[in-house]
Design a protein around this ligand. Sequence first.
Ligand SMILES: [Zn+2]
Ligand SMILES: [Zn+2]
Length: 902
Amino acid sequence: MSEIPKAYEPGKIEKKWYDFWLKRGYFTPKIDPNKKPFVIIMPPPNVTGELHLGHALTATLEDIMVRWHRMKEEPTLWLPGTDHAGIATQVVVEQQLAKQGQTKEEIGREEFIKLTWEWADKSREDIRHQHQLLGASCDWTREKFTLDESPSKAVRTAFVRLYNKGLIYRGERMINWCPRCQTALSDLEVEHKDIVGHLYYIRYPLTENEGFVTVATTRPETFLGDTAVAVNPEDRRYKNFTGKSVTLPIIDKEIPIIADAAVDTSFGTGALKITPAHDATDFEIAQKHNLPLVNIMHPDATMNENAGPYQGLERFACRDRVLADLKDKNLLEKIEPYSHSVGHCYRCQTMVEPRVSLQWFVQTEPLARAATEAVKDGRIKIMPERFRKIYFDWMGNIKDWNISRQLWWGHRIPVWYCRDCGKLTVSVDKPSACTHCSSKQIIQDPDVLDTWFSSALWTHSTLGWPEDTDDLRYFYPGSVMGTGYDILFFWVARMIMMGLENMGKVPFHTVYLNGLIRDESGQKMSKLRGNVINPAEAINKYGVDALRFALTTGTSPGNDINLGTDKLESGRNFVNKLWNATRFILQSLYEEGLEAQAIPILPGQPQRIEDQWINSQLNRLIKDVAELMQDFQFGEAEQQIYDFVWSKFCDWYIEIAKIRLRGQLTPSPLPFLVNTLENSLRLLHPFMPFITEELWQSLKVRLLRPDITGGCNDTTKMPASIMIAPYPLADERSFAPEAEQVMNSVIEIVRSIRNARAQYKVKPGKWIEARVYTGELLSGLINEAHIIETLAKACPLAILSRQKREPTKDKALVLVLKGTEVVLPLAGMVNKLAEEQRLLKEGKEIKGRISQLESKLRNNDFLNKAPSQVIEREKQKLAMLEDKLKRLHKELAQLDSPSAGS
Ligand SMILES: [Zn+2]
Ligand SMILES: [Zn+2]
């Protein structure tokens, strides 16, 4: 009979429609100089593996924005891509190699890069496929990879320009070093963890006199690289020590005692050991005092020749040996427990080693100043606003950005060193000779750039920069940059800096920061906890639309999202609700034998109150949704559509329509059923693209032949797909406050009668008598009497003016509602004797429990021993039972007396 199957099977439908959209080129925008485009450049996922829920969330939110703007008939570009993710990918491939017992050094740079490309290509394909599963309507014809030729050229160009402007320099600085990855890391790539460690007090014997200076340190092994002991000049304890020297134990090395105001007198003993090559603060002090640097470790954090007898030991093994030796010599004064924060590599979790090293840096201060200004003056809006302050703080304290990495996977630094004259050639294209002396003896810097350097250019490198392309001219700057708040600095801040620097214009107008996904109890999802939801599995089980619904409904920018199976289930239930509603409507059309022409999509002026009501509510919804979407409150917009469709449309309007269809009453509700459904589907499309397309298409073939005018609030042809149909526009002339008042009252009356029936356990099929007394709504309610009667199973039903209200003579339940009173004579509802007995029996039970509790609360033994919360709980229980007993008495009284309020 009906034209769609009984149950919804997402798998079949999703693939069908995605291919349909893709084939028709709907994702590819046309450049139209007369229209302002809507542009999102997708945050490129790392080619390290599968997409997780965080990606699914970002992609869903962006797809919602993009589909919405596309339906508003704006040229809409959502440009997808992937990131080579330097260190992260290199670590993954190294781990793969390790499983086969190999290292990257064994196979060599060229072979390693070849392997990594294979990994990346496979991974990019998976990522593309997963985005397509999610329904992401991005323009695959413009897909980019950070290592593609054009973005790579952008990277080299940006480097050369910044170098020529003096904003990129090479210098020996203290950097963060990962001994496992054997590369430098930027400050952002270091994760700080609180470690419960120790503070070791070590005695350094004075060189000339008897006695010691005791220093406190968390890293005793680094004493081998000490080049001074510093004290605060104000510190009286060390007044006579400055200028003298101590001798480092075991290696017998004399180092000076110096005074520096930077020394914190409250830490340890107030005497600070200075290890300039292995600590950032010490490095600064050493610079001021011209102290030598002594590096005691190899890049892999084993001890080098400067470590004397400890040479060759790994850093922690060395610590154990040093402590044992100091103890032997009685130079270890004491050990205290000590918690402190220690940096770890964000990719492999190895403890980071501060290290002085020759690296490339971006001088960020001038770039940061411009980027701060752009947010301050409103050229860029950050959502939610509370992240503005965090952004300003970070920008205000920004340090130079270390951009060189001792890795193989990434953009090679475009710098060549000359063997003859020693000078540098910095060039976008590979030079054939030194630009200074024309020597052919030039060699490229072996390092690659920080992966975030190329990500920082993403907003314009994807559109063809540095070339002056049509895409760049039309689609830059982007509209929205949506991403998790966790990469605000890594990425968003740097995109703003580089966009302004390279393009002279902000890269986007709005930064939309979404929250992170946690499990249903608010815990972070992790493999260790076993609470990870895999997007592909969720899609398999619940369908894409249900997953998208679960990820976004009711959420707001910047707030974390708790996601559990209950949310996925309610997503699936919603899809089923839509499916069943559509089936019902299609079936009704069929049964009515209505030809397409008979159902205009714009149903004309509604005559009946419930039609006016649903039409009014629909238009209010359309208006609210537009405002919420404008305000980036997508989760709330979706919630409102859900509430409307589920309760107002399905639970009430369709139920009412069924009564009218069964009774073949005129006018038919079908035009309003169709119109409300069709508009709801279009409203929902950006959120749940597949189910809406499927249902809309079924509706379309049944109803809306392409040649019929009047479709979709428009007089032209119906579009081929819901995704290119216009987004609904509110018609405020449809607002009908009076009809809404009546229908609110109808709903309230039906609900209250249903509740009373449930309370008195009236059998579902039984009709009960009801009298409704009302004021100004009288004529409206009389019009709807038939509906109240059927939905509440109330017959005979009298709707009367409140002025005619007489004291109730029979025993009845009186429900006092807003502006109306409902009187339900009890005779028809209750078997008095049985009800009386039930209430008496329940009363007896409650009384028994009350006396038990009372005696417990009089018992001193209990009162003295039990914790106060327990006593409090018992008291509350007692109060509750007493309350319940009171209500029971009232119900008993109602059985006997003619009327009682409730
Ligand atoms: Zn590492
Ligand atoms: Zn040269």
